[in-house]
Design a protein. Sequence first.
Lengths: 179, 672, 178
Amino acid sequence: MMTRAIKGTIDAENIVCSRDGGVTPRHLRWSVCILAIVLSLMPCSLWAAAPDLETLVREIAQQLRCPVCQGLSVSDSPSELAHEMRAVVREQLQQGKTRQEILDYFVQRYGEWILLAPPKRGFNLVIWLLPFALLPVGALAVYAGTRRWVRNRQAATPPSAALDPRYAERLQRELDSYT
Amino acid sequence: MISQLGSILLITALAVAIYGIAASVLGARLQRWEFVASAYRAVLWLFALVTVAALLLVMALVTYDFSIAYVARNTLRGTPLYYRVTALWGSLEGSLLLWQWLLSLFSAAVVFSQGRKIRDLMPYAVAILLTVSAFFLFIMVVPANPFRAQFPVPPDGRGLNPLLLTTSMIFHPVFLYLGFVGFTIPFAFAIGALVTGRLGEEWIVATRRWTLMAWYFLTVGILIGGWWAYTTLGWGGYWAWDPVENASFMPWLMGTAFLHSIMIQEYRQMLKTWNLTLVIMTFMMTLFGTFLTRSGIISSVHAFSNSSLGAYFLLFIGLLLLFSLAALVYRMDDLRGQPELDSMLSRETTFLANNVILVVITLTVFLGTMFPVIAEAVRGVRVSVGAPFFNKVTVPLAYLLLLLMGIGPLIAWRRASWDNLKRNFTYPTLAAAGTALIAALWTRNPYALITFAVCAFVTATIVFEFYKGVYARRKLAPGTSVLRALWTLFTRNRRRYGGFVVHFGVVLTILGIAVSSNFAVEKEVRVTRGETVQVGDYDLRYEGMRAYDEVYREVVWTDFTVMRGGRAIATLSPGKSFHPNEQQPIAQVGIRSTPWEDLYMILGAVEQDGSAATLKILVNPMVMWIWIGGAIITLGALVTVIPGRPTRRSAIAASEATGPAPARTLEYSGSR
Amino acid sequence: MSVKKFFILVSATPVLALLAYGLSRDLGSFPSPLIGREAPSFALSLFDGGTFSLDEHRGKVVVINVWASWCIPACYNEAPALEAAWQRYRERDVVFVGVNYQDREAAAREFLARFRHTFPNGPDLGSRVSIAYGVRGVPETFFIDRDGRLAHRHVGEISFDVLMQQIERLLNGAGGLS
């Protein structure tokens, strides 16, 4: 079959699968619009109603490490001490203390260790920023690498002779018949 | 007597392993095949010896032979039989024996099945396998002997940690170890390739099934671990970013990167250095995992006892790592090729992007886990790095990866055309946008919306692929039923379509995780007998308390009638069990699981007469999908691994090596 | 060997060094950030009735021992030492107080009866005192100097010698902190 004469491979996955021979760019624009609408709806979550006391307690407790468990938060821990620490948090919230004040209260007594995520200060910034620094580095490496490989390819092979238009047309017709 | 016999067996096994290393390496270097054959026999002998040792320990456990310290520590009269058997891996020494047994089993399998092929590589691969075995045997002989005798013999044992007396613990460690040990094989062959200079695809092709198998067992092992945490530890979650959980997660991440990356080398003979690096890192991560669990460097709920093992492990990891890097550097010049890519938009690039993200996640998890040590070294202050950090940092990366999982299969090898891409993307993008819009009717939580959109995108691409494949099949052979077309898709393209099934399983798991993390409802209540509380859609009436005595524990149950819409639909009995040798009681969580949500009840405290009880009640939506996703991954992995007919891809690879392909029936459905 | 190769070879070293350091540190010791700061004041209602208020005893050396009846064997081992130290120093401006942590009253009273403690003991309701002092487990013993500052925290079973040593130090107004 003539397909063997074509350089490169025919992959099943490249078969176009639409009856009218192709989806017009109009559809693409349409879906981009929808996506844009969706994305713009997302900030709606910021308008959420003011959270109640229990939610605040839980949120703060999730930042604290249960001292008698292995890495569990005060919110998750079933231990008695965690229960009482949650009560302390609740009490302090009712007294009007802010989230930071409550966290500081515990840090003053247990040390920085009581916080489940290291505070974003000083040396601790290393761990917070590193992942977001590594990603672009990796992306850059991939970009640079692939660009070099494409250049290698272009250097290695002269531009391939254009496909005989008769074959190209038959090929396209045959491909289309499978869509 | 068992004590001495067991110790002798282990010492002999160690000697056999050392002999095997020497014979194997010498035989290969001196080209004396009989030495190598002797080394292969040593591997088989090793397996026999270790098996007998393991059986001996199991027998001691089953017969309550308390003269052995390990048995006394891990069993208690009245422990059911299956828990006595599984106590083999209940604590440190036994788990080492299990690891070693699996390693010698796999080594024997390697020798047995591939003894004839890759003659040049095998001796070195076997030497590496024996080296790792020798290390574990040494650890068992010197500091952590499972057969250590106890004198005087106690009348009763202490009993296994009650948290381990669950069904999931019967499987979790075994599956994990199958994964960890499984990755030793590709590592061993990689080193063999480096040492012998046979840097082509042989080592990858020879170990591809091992890699898949190891990855599969590790995946399921981790999921079972999550299930154990959820049902047994009883705090309402399934993953706490505990250091030892991370220690199993990191090899999984690297293993996934490796699994994808070797496909590039198989098809395009590219990235040889990278693949070797990846497999070295994957294996090192598995060793690092055992190091974390056993060294006491970081305290963890999983940690076995703090012991001097840490130093031995560190020494071994250090030496092996330096040796591997040296071998890599030695061959680096030969490994360099002139890779070519037709276009920057190609599947190779998406695989590389996949690798980058996975490596970044691995590094993040590693640094996060080790940061307490680093911070202490630098600042002298102890800090914690837990769930809030890991969730914040890995979730965005996970989204990227998920997106890539959908995009990747749509892009062709070597070169993809933009037109093609746009066509392939349209419907999935529409699906994603539509899903997000519909979901926005219920929630405004951005994480949830993004997850839904991306999951819809990936699912749409997978469904689309199946649709195209079935459609093309039916066009090729008119009259084929859809089912038959699907069947042929799977049999002709195991890797590609099995991979799709695995990806779909991952989507379900991530969906379950995202929904259960963001929409859980939680309430702490105190109820008196007869009183009803409401949590979510459920009305729960406290009926009373029951106490129950088993030989190895006392349990207290609180019974609740679960009602919804006025109708009683179930009863749940959260409880607490008290074990004679444990200070703290163990929660027995009451869970009612449906595909839609889980009702989860944790008993906090109960009055002596059962008149009142304090509980924490959670409604966790869609948790079951995490486990269902795991089952689908299993299915997909099985499909990928079952041997099929020789693939078109390997025919192409062969033809590219030998010249233009001779006339042959053209299979449209090549294997991916 | 090129720079790149050398770099790859030694890249493992920092990680290994870090792990080695990690092994060498002692996870058990746990310095308290309260040391050198004013000890949190509290009022404890006692088993025998009455209240113990920390503020009332400013100017004296105060020893706070956090214990529980389920804390086996450490609390049981150290109990005689505590009573003995109390007897020795009670005339010398030293105050002992026992804080009962997450316990049941009956079991706690039994414990006290068994060891015949004569210094004040009270249940820590809601664990407020324990949380205020950053208690992570039992037993723990806190030493407060005459100026009301927390001078030392001892985690785990305490011996008579250590009790003596710390009290003597504070009585002599050494001002040294640990």
